[in-house]
Design a protein around this ligand. Structure first.
Ligand code: NDP
Ligand code: 8X3
Length: 253
């Protein structure tokens, strides 16, 4: 039975990964800041899969001390982590650079880049002990292209793209697989967070098309994790059929 640590498990892609991997008999360490959400997710997974083993870890990935000590002080039975899904992330605002908000920039850089590094540094010593170690980094089409007003969010996801490649080099001697899964538009709480609770604006992002949902991404991650030991999927870009690239979208589909 493999143990997977998922950051950003309280919502969207992370929560869908938790449910999908529970169905496949993985042991789950679920991390996020919102404890009530993690508790509710744990209960709902246990209702469906009563034998699933779940450990909840409340953490803010921007806090290196908190993150590293939470991982160091995991109960012994939960230290055998095989898989890390670096999924926690967010976008804040959608303005041109000259009008950008410094607080928004800091939150994106601190979460998407520094947070991902802090978690990876803290979990790597445990992954090195696994027979099937694997890191999955959730990047984005925003890490492959830059779109208008996406500036800092795109920069953070380009950094994830670079770190994904860097991890594959640095962790090669330890046999740790490293995969980037880069989605296009996925309907989650992402746009609500980007537009700071403006649900109407968030909904309009997905108007006239069928976006991906969290389970579309979770199923792909499950496939990536199911490859034999000698096979690694390095980098994967997945879009809704109605989305050609970062900006060209068919809203009559
Ligand atoms: P959601 O907003 O639904 O989920 C984001 C998750 O990240 C939440 O569980 C949130 O938990 C967690 N999170 C945010 N900040 C922190 C923090 N400081 N510490 C710990 N956890 C944090 O969005 P998605 O599921 O869509 O996003 C997941 C990932 O997918 C992100 O990296 C995003 O950039 C990426 N992505 C999303 C796309 C989309 O269109 N939705 C497309 C491409 C990539 P909590 O608030 O409880 O801490
Ligand atoms: C999230 C999707 O299109 O806003 O990474 O970049 S997008």
């Amino acid at each position: 039975m493999r143990t997977v640590l998922i950051t950003g498990a309280s919502s969207g892609i992370g929560a869908a990964c938790a449910e999908t991997l529970a169905a496949e008999n993985y042991r789950l360490i679920l991390c996020a800041r919102r404890e009530d959400r993690l508790d509710a997710l744990k209960l709902s997974i246990l209702r469906k899969y009563p034998t699933c083993e779940i450990h909840i870890m409340v953490l803010d990935v921007r806090d290196y001390e908190g993150t590293s000590s939470a991982i160091e002080s995991l109960p012994e039975a939960w230290k055998n982590i095989d898989i890390l899904i670096n999924n926690a992330g967010l976008s804040q605002g959608l303005e041109p650079i000259q009008d950008g908000d410094i607080g928004d920039w800091d939150r994106m850089i601190d979460t998407n880049v520094k947070g991902l590094l802090y978690v990876t540094k803290s979990v790597s010593p445990l992954l090195k002990k696994s027979k099937t170690p694997h890191i999955i980094n959730i990047g984005s089409i925003a890490g492959k292209e830059v779109y208008p007003n996406g500036n800092v969010y795109c920069a953070t996801k380009h950094a994830v793209d670079a770190l994904n490649k860097a991890m594959r080099i640095d962790l090669l001697p330890f046999g740790i697989k490293v995969t980037a899964v880069n989605p296009g538009m996925v309907e989650t709480e992402f746009s609500e967070v980007r537009f700071k609770g403006d649900t109407e604006k968030a909904k309009s992002v997905y108007m006239g098309l069928t976006p991906l949902n969290g389970f579309d991404i979770a199923e792909i991650i499950s496939f990536v994790l199911s490859r034999p030991t000698h096979v690694n999927i390095n980098d994967l870009l997945v879009m809704p059929t109605a989305q050609a690239n970062g900006t060209i979208i068919n809203r009559n589909s």
